[in-house]
Design a protein around this ligand. Structure first.
Ligand code: NAD
Length: 312
């Protein structure tokens, strides 16, 4: 059975471990953090709940050896946004942390898939790819899986339908330049542009603007109120872990290397892709408007500029 290694036992890392534990995604979960007291306490707390879950072993350490043999290593260590800070503001500090940790991770878990969550996640994913030399299929960023979940939740709420019946993606940077792909959005197979069902609302241009504003502002709102986002990201990352470890071939808007998608390349950002035990495939040929494609190009350039500015 599979082993998940999690780097960082902070709000995000511990919540991913909790979600993975209660969903029975792996047989072993190992946490690694430089803060020994913190990682020990999180491991103890998780172990105290094992009576109520599937059989899982949970351990942790401040020694990277604990990640040995992991099938997937999830990277959550690093600085988080303070109120008002953008994700890109974290780039320099978090890229340095990756440079310090990742060589040791590849040494103890050479066959693992890397799932980057630390922000700015697209920048960090590209740096991880370059630092480790792993194949592009095996270096994944959680990308806009969380943003797309926020997007679908807001559309579903507006139209009074279940969130599972809304199919819609946020693509591009997991951050301020992300792009809603309205043209391909559907509810129960009906294109969103044609959605007009009595008692279930319509989406005017103003409604759409408000939803996009809300999606982009979501992390800022949560951080303002409680200092960190953790539950939704924990579930989103657990969903990606499940797609990988259960070989689900699930379509997810994860971040990964673009190798010529509509002329965009040498940059990591999110587009819907099939995710399985082999990792990610090339982005799906999702239909989009000229404006959506233009927005994605700008998003790609913005990520590229930050990565190149850091010397990668
Ligand atoms: P946190 O401060 O609660 O936890 C970070 C942990 O990293 C701490 O426990 C710290 O000890 C550990 N750490 C720092 N340097 C380390 C090192 N060199 N080696 C090992 N451990 C180290 O922060 P958080 O709220 O858990 O957020 C973690 C990251 O996740 C942030 O960058 C945040 O922006 C990001 N995040 C991403 C998403 C997403 O969708 N991609 C969503 C939410 C948060």
């Amino acid at each position: 059975m599979a082993k998940i290694g999690i780097i960082g036992a902070g709000s995000v890392g511990a919540t991913i471990a909790y979600a993975a534990l209660i969903r029975g995604v792996a047989r072993h979960i190992s946490l690694f953090d430089i803060a020994r007291t913190k990682v020990d306490a999180e491991v103890l707390d998780l172990n105290h709940g094992l009576l109520f879950t599937q059989p899982v072993t949970v351990d942790g350490s401040d020694d990277v050896e604990v990640l040995r043999g992991s099938d997937v290593v999830v990277m959550t260590a690093g600085a988080k946004q303070k109120p008002g800070q953008t994700r890109m503001d974290l780039a320099e500090a978090n890229v340095q942390i990756c440079a310090r940790i990742l060589p040791g991770v590849v040494r103890v878990a050479p066959d693992a898939m890397l799932l980057m969550v630390t922000n700015p996640v697209d920048v960090v994913t590209e740096v991880a790819l370059k630092l480790t030399g792993l194949p592009w299929e095996r270096v994944i960023g959680s990308g806009t899986v969380l943003d797309s979940s926020r997007f679908r939740f807001l559309v579903a709420k507006h139209c009074g339908v279940a969130v599972q019946n809304v199919h819609a993606y946020i693509a591009g940077e997991h951050g301020d330049s992300e792009i809603p792909l309205w043209a391909s959005a559907t509810i129960g197979s009906i294109p969103l542009s044609q959605w007009s069902v009595e008692g279930h609302g319509r989406l005017t241009a103003a409604d759409k603007d408000a939803i996009v504003h809300n999606v982009k502002d979501a992390a800022y709102q949560v951080i303002q109120g409680k200092g960190a986002t953790n539950y939704a990201v924990g579930l989103a990352v657990c969903n990606i872990l499940q797609a990988i470890l259960f070989d689900e071939q699930r379509v997810l808007p994860v971040s990964g290397l673009l190798r010529g998608f509509r002329g965009m390349e040498d940059v990591c950002m999110s587009l819907p892709r099939i995710v399985s035990r082999k990792g990610i495939e090339a982005p799906l040929p999702i239909p989009m408007t000229v404006d959506e494609e233009g927005g994605l190009r700008e998003s790609a350039e913005r990520i590229k500029a930050v990565v190149r500015g850091l010397g990668y």
